[in-house]
Write a protein that binds this ligand. Structure first.
Ligand SMILES: Cc1cc2nc3c(=O)[nH]c(=O)nc-3n(C[C@H](O)[C@H](O)[C@H](O)COP(=O)(O)O)c2cc1C
Length: 328
């Protein structure tokens, strides 16, 4: 897949997810073969005001490539200024968020609110296009609400104004994350624009990715929630799409190693306190569905040091392996 002048080694991408897709998470995804990763949405206003917290979202590394930086905002001029900053900062591509359904974001006219304002979309894409030579994408929803599906119109406008690709998560903004992503709409957008279309929504495994590509004709797939506690999904999907072998599920031993590696990277990146605190959600995702997982997680609430946590994780996985051996 090629977006603007950015040639990608494969067409499986990591979705931007606020509070999740930081440098550490992206590194994990890349270790398993994910090519294009996105930052979480970064406030254009925050960038311009030089807010320290906003800049933390841009932390990256040499290995964290190619990196798409996602910006949100409503004012074309401010967005363009923010995109200039991010371009100079070394991003590989720029994405404008046009789908976030969170009230705080909608109130500012940003995110999903843009789906209601095609004229503003045109102004934004034109201004941002002038501000950067980098590949420019927009990430859109199906529309604002069920009786106002306009993703195709928005995609066509964005293409005319200079966007290099369209990423679509075909739920309406009103829908949030309920119901299903309407993949037919991905096909609809693909038919109407020449630039690449990346489909997103409800890809839970390699077979879903293939089904989305085959049934919609889209050029790439973007995976979000299914990657939580499951970075293997990228390797599995890339291999499956290349018809390069069967889908390999991780063994318990691999799960433990990956979890531990992720935890250590998190602690190294954020320091022990924040590193452990922000890892709790990942711990839940990594152990979800495993035998005794919820009991194990309850015990973790009493643990406050990383060495102790690694020890507890090892103990838990060893007990799972022993049980597995006994059952064989
Ligand atoms: C916790 C969470 C945070 C998200 N944050 C963002 C974000 O910052 N920017 C964005 O465009 N989409 C965001 N999304 C939406 C995802 O990028 C994606 O469009 C959505 O989850 C559907 O894909 P999936 O079914 O593969 O998860 C977020 C989703 C989740 C679950």
């Amino acid at each position: 897949m090629k977006i603007g002048n950015l040639l990608l080694a494969n067409n499986v991408c990591l979705a931007p997810m606020a509070g999740i897709t930081d440098l550490v998470f992206r590194t994990m995804a890349r270790n398993f073969g994910c090519e294009l990763c996105f930052t979480e949405m970064v406030s254009a206003n925050g960038l311009i005001r030089n807010a320290k917290k906003t800049y933390r979202y841009l932390e990256s590394s040499d290995a964290d490539r190619p990196l798409g930086v996602q910006i949100f905002g409503a004012d074309p001029g401010i967005l363009a200024e923010a995109v200039r900053i991010v371009t100079e900062g070394g991003a590989d591509s720029i994405d404008i968020n046009m789908g976030c359904p969170v009230t705080k974001v909608l109130k500012t006219g940003s995110g999903g609110a843009l789906m209601k304002d095609p004229l503003r979309v045109a102004r934004i894409v034109r201004e941002v296009r002038k501000a950067t030579h980098l590949p420019l994408t927009i990430k859109i929803r199906a529309g604002w609400k069920r009786h106002g599906i306009n993703a195709i119109d928005i995609a066509v406008i964005a293409e005319e104004c200079g966007a290099d690709a369209v990423i679509i998560h075909p739920r309406t903004v009103e829908q949030g994350f309920s119901g299903f992503a309407d993949w037919d709409l991905i096909a609809g957008v693909k038919k109407r624009v020449v630039v690449p279309v990346i489909g997103n929504g409800d890809v839970r495994g390699p077979q879903d990715a293939k089904r989305m590509l085959d049934s919609t004709g889209c050029d790439g797939v973007m995976i979000g929630r299914a990657a939580l506690g499951n970075p293997w999904i990228f390797g599995q999907t890339v291999t499956y799409l290349k018809k390069a072998g069967p889908i390999q599920a991780p063994t318990l031993c691999e799960r433990e190693q990956v979890l531990r590696n992720h935890l250590m990277m998190n602690v190294q990146h954020y320091g022990s306190g924040v590193g452990l605190k922000t890892f709790r959600k990942h711990m839940l995702w990594y152990t979800k569905g495993l035998r005794g997982g919820s009991h194990f997680r309850q015990k973790l609430t009493k643990i406050h040091g990383s060495a102790e946590l690694i020890e507890a994780v090892h103990h838990y996985f060893t007990s799972l392996e022993t049980q597995e051996d006994q059952e064989m």
